[in-house]
Each structure stands twice: as structure tokens, then as C-alpha cells.
Design a protein around this ligand. Structure first.
Ligand SMILES: C[S@@+](CC[C@H](N)C(=O)[O-])C[C@H]1O[C@@H](n2cnc3c(N)ncnc32)[C@H](O)[C@@H]1O
Ligand code: SF4
Length: 421
């Protein structure tokens, strides 16, 4: 994920659960523009590649993405190879060990096979990627065939994530998705046929015109696909973006009521757990051994290197974002500079605030490693916040082990905003 780091409930008072909140701590207005990021020494880390193109633009989406045009991908790959060289020249990879790779977007699977093969080879040769690491390719239905998947499996991709969202053609059409249900199902089949076992699908609820019956059907059909990982996102309607305008002008059917959305959330937990998929985060369900390493590392404060326009990176207390404006990203690369747009060096307390807020996406966490890394303890810096959450019934604690209660899960944004803005 480039920027959708937290999917949780809205922060209105009284708390609601019908929307979501996306944050970056420290807040973006404190980040510095055009400051060079100091050279980093990478050890255990993950790599994210952002492919910022889509065949069609979905009405709900605010990710860094644009319509695919002729020549976009060749130009993108050309800049990517140069970005890799620039980062390699800036940083020290002598002790680097890649934990996971995620090729996402936009649409990761629009990248031609030859470029994916070359990218992974380069990561192996120069960036510390080795056999055991999880390597995910995010795919939109209709973008790869079984033959493509065979090539990619051979090249080292070992996990495929497919954005299905819903199992009703009319719901998909209204969202301006580029595929229908049949294409989504055959994308899963193609990956299975090629030998992928580690499959992941995305679904969304609270969509315009989606009934509780539609949602139950989507869950049942997703379960029937027998994939070991399902992400389930409550729709976030971003103010003043296309979907918000459509809803306000009556150009999109109404969304389900708040009560219906809450019912969908409860049905999700019940049905997926009954089917043997356990909830391991606010939005992710998996069979044993199939939790996504990449998702976990973006939430638990681990280091990650982001490549491509708008991609985020983190190394200890240093955070940075590649230029989101595609032309600026390309200009910096042409000037021989790593394409960093904004960056910030976090204080120990900021690090702890960010890591607590984001780790709580995992529902059950151990705060001790987060405190050690930040060099700050909850007891000295954030005990009042912790007590407030416990008193509100959102959190239980046993020493450094914290667990969100069901109320804490439902109002997760309230909880996270206690630590971060
Ligand atoms: C980074 S997107 C890219 C996936 C891929 N391009 C696709 O759409 O199939 C990853 C997932 O985030 C979810 N998502 C995107 N926008 C969202 C929104 N406004 N609210 C909730 N979930 C969203 C969708 O489930 C999507 O599959
Ligand atoms: S395909 Fe994925 S990234 Fe592209 S617009 Fe749709 S949701 Fe966003």
C-alpha cells in the first residue's frame, strides 16, 4: 500500500463506524520538502514498488494513480531502473536481508512480465532478496493469464493479491471497475492453475447500492474460491472526491445505513471465522500460516523501502515519501537525485505514537519492542492515553501486551487518534 495505511472507523462524536480515517503521524504539514534523506544502512527490511497506473479509475479510490496511456509503462520502467541505481548508490546494502516484497499500485500487474522478472533479479543481485522472502504481486482481474503466472512464479513471485471487491456486476459497474465478476473468478483460477497457493483477495462493504444480501453473497462466493487470505475493507468515502460528489448529487445509489454496515461487519467476522479464516488485523483474515508478512511489517514499525511515485519509506526514525507528482519524480531522477518529495526525522515519542497507533491495527500487540526501538516508554510518555482507553473499555492490558476489545475494534480510529493525529 502506498498511503492507505489505516482503515478504521470515523472519528466523529459520538463515534461512528460508517467511514474511515487515514493518517500519517507525524502529520504531513510537519514534513520537510526537498530535503535530502541521509544515507541509510538497511538490514532486515521490506520493499514496496508502486506502479501508478490503472485501466480505469474507480470512483472511490484516492491512491496515487492515473489512467494508463500508450508508452506509460516503458517510461515508468526506465525511471525505475534509474531509481534503483540512485538508491543503491546512496545507501548501504551490505547487510541487507529482504523480508517481503510487494508490487502494488495502482495496478502492479500492469507491469509487463519481463520488467517484473528484471526487477526481482535486481533485488536478488543488489538489494538482499533471497529465497525465503514473501513476494506479492497485486493484480486487477483481466491483467494476467495462467501463462503469465507461470513465468512470474518461476521468477520468484510467490503470492498473488486480486482486487475483486464485490460479486455483483451492477455494484462493480457503478464503481467504474474495469472488470466483471466472471473476470475476477477466472483471474483466481488462472493463478491457481499456474500453481499459486498463496492467494489473497480484497473485498469491500458499505458500497453504494450494496444490500446485506449482496454482501453475504460476496462473502460466500469468496469463501468458495478457497483462498487462504481475504482482506475486507469498509468503504471510505473521501470528502469531495468523485464518489462523495456522486453520492451528494444523487448520481450513485445510496450507501447502506449505519446499522446495515455494522451488521455487515459482524457477518464478516462470523462467516469468515466459521470458514476457517481467522481475523489477524482490523481488515485481514487468513488461514493458519498465511498472514501477509508485508502487511505486518508496514504496521509494526519495521523498515521498508518504497520505490515509484508517491511510495513511502521508513528506516528507524526516518520517514520519507517519493514525489507524488509524476513529473517531479521523473525530473529528480533525470537530475541524478533520489526522488524524495517530503521527509521527516521523528523524535522517540513521535515514533512510539506512530507505532502504537498503527500496530493496534493488529488488534493484539506487544508494546515492548516498540518502546525499545523508540527509546521511550509508555509509562513515562503515554500512560495517561493508555489509561483513558482502558477506562473507556477500548483496550485491555497485561503488562506490555495490549488487546483491543470489540468496542476498540469497532471504534479503532478513536483509539488510534489517542496516540496519533
Ligand atoms: C491499493 S488498492 C489497489 C488494488 C488494485 N488496484 C485493485 O483495485 O484491484 C488495494 C485495495 O484497497 C481497497 N480500497 C481502495 N480504495 C478504498 C476506499 N476508498 N475504501 C476502502 N477500501 C479501499 C480496495 O479493496 C483495493 O483492492
Ligand atoms: S484499480 Fe485499484 S488503484 Fe486503480 S483506481 Fe481502482 S482501486 Fe484505485
Amino acid at each position: 500500500m502506498a498511503s492507505l495505511e489505516v482503515l478504521a472507523s470515523d472519528a466523529a462524536t459520538p463515534p461512528r463506524n460508517d467511514a474511515a480515517y487515514v493518517f500519517h503521524h507525524p502529520p504531513k504539514f510537519l514534513w520537510h520538502r526537498d530535503e535530502e534523506v541521509p544515507a541509510q544502512r538497511w538490514e532486515r527490511y521490506s520493499i514496496y514498488l508502486h506502479v501508478p497506473f490503472c485501466k480505469k479509475i474507480c470512483t472511490f479510490c484516492t491512491f496515487e494513480r492515473k489512467r494508463l496511456r500508450r508508452g506509460s509503462l516503458a517510461n515508468f520502467a526506465d525511471h525505475l531502473w534509474r531509481e534503483l541505481d540512485l538508491v543503491r548508490a546512496r545507501d548501504d546494502f551490505s547487510a541487507a536481508a529482504v523480508h517481503s516484497v510487494y508490487i502494488g499500485g495502482g495496478t502492479g500487474s500492469l507491469l509487463p512480465n519481463a520488467d517484473i522478472v528484471r526487477f526481482l533479479r535486481d533485488l536478488r543481485d543488489r538489494f538482499g532478496l533471497s529465497g525465503g522472502a514473501e513476494v506479492t504481486l497485486e493484480c486487477e482481474p483481466g491483467t494476467k493469464s495462467a501463462g503469465d503466472y507461470e513465468v512470474l512464479l518461476e521468477a520468484g513471485v510467490n503470492r498473488v493479491s486480486i482486487g475483486i471487491q464485490a460479486f455483483q456486476d451492477d455494484v462493480l459497474r457503478r464503481l467504474n471497475r474495469s472488470h466483471d465478476v466472471a473476470m475476477a473468478v477466472s483471474q483466481v483460477r488462472a493463478a491457481k492453475e499456474a500453481g499459486f497457493e498463496n492467494l489473497h483477495i480484497d473485498l469491500m462493504y458499505g458500497l453504494p447500492g450494496q444490500s446485506t444480501r449482496d454482501w453475504e453473497e460476496s462473502l460466500d462466493r469468496a469463501i468458495a474460491l478457497e483462498v487462504p487470505h481475504i482482506s475486507v475493507y469498509p468503504l471510505i468515502v473521501f470528502p469531495d472526491e468523485l464518489l462523495d460528489r456522486q453520492l451528494r448529487q444523487g448520481d450513485a445509489p445510496e450507501r447502506p445505513s449505519e446499522d446495515a454496515i455494522e451488521e455487515m461487519r459482524e457477518t464478516t467476522l462470523r462467516r469468515l471465522e466459521d470458514a476457517g479464516l481467522s481475523r489477524y488485523s482490523l481488515t485481514e483474515y487468513s488461514r493458519p500460516g498465511h498472514a501477509c508478512d508485508y502487511v505486518i511489517t508496514t504496521w509494526d514499525g519495521s523498515d521498508y523501502l518504497g520505490l515509484g511515485p508517491g511510495a513511502y519509506s521508513r528506516a528507524g526514525g526516518q520517514l520519507w515519501e517519493n514525489d507524488v507528482i509524476h513529473a517531479a519524480y521523473e525530473r529528480r531522477i533525470a537530475e541524478g537525485l533520489a526522488p524524495v518529495g517530503k521527509s521527516i526525522r521523528m523524535s522517540g515519542e513521535d515514533q512510539l505514537r506512530r507505532d502504537l497507533a498503527m500496530s493496534l491495527c493488529m488488534i493484539d500487540i506487544d508494546t515492548a519492542p516498540l518502546e525499545r526501538r523508540a527509546g521511550v516508554s509508555v509509562d513515562t510518555a503515554l500512560s495517561a492515553e493508555r489509561e483513558r482507553l482502558v477506562a473507556a473499555g477500548y483496550l485491555t492490558t497485561r503488562g506490555s501486551r495490549w488487546t483491543l476489545t470489540e468496542a476498540g475494534i469497532r471504534y479503532a480510529t478513536e483509539v488510534m487518534k489517542t496516540f496519533a493525529v
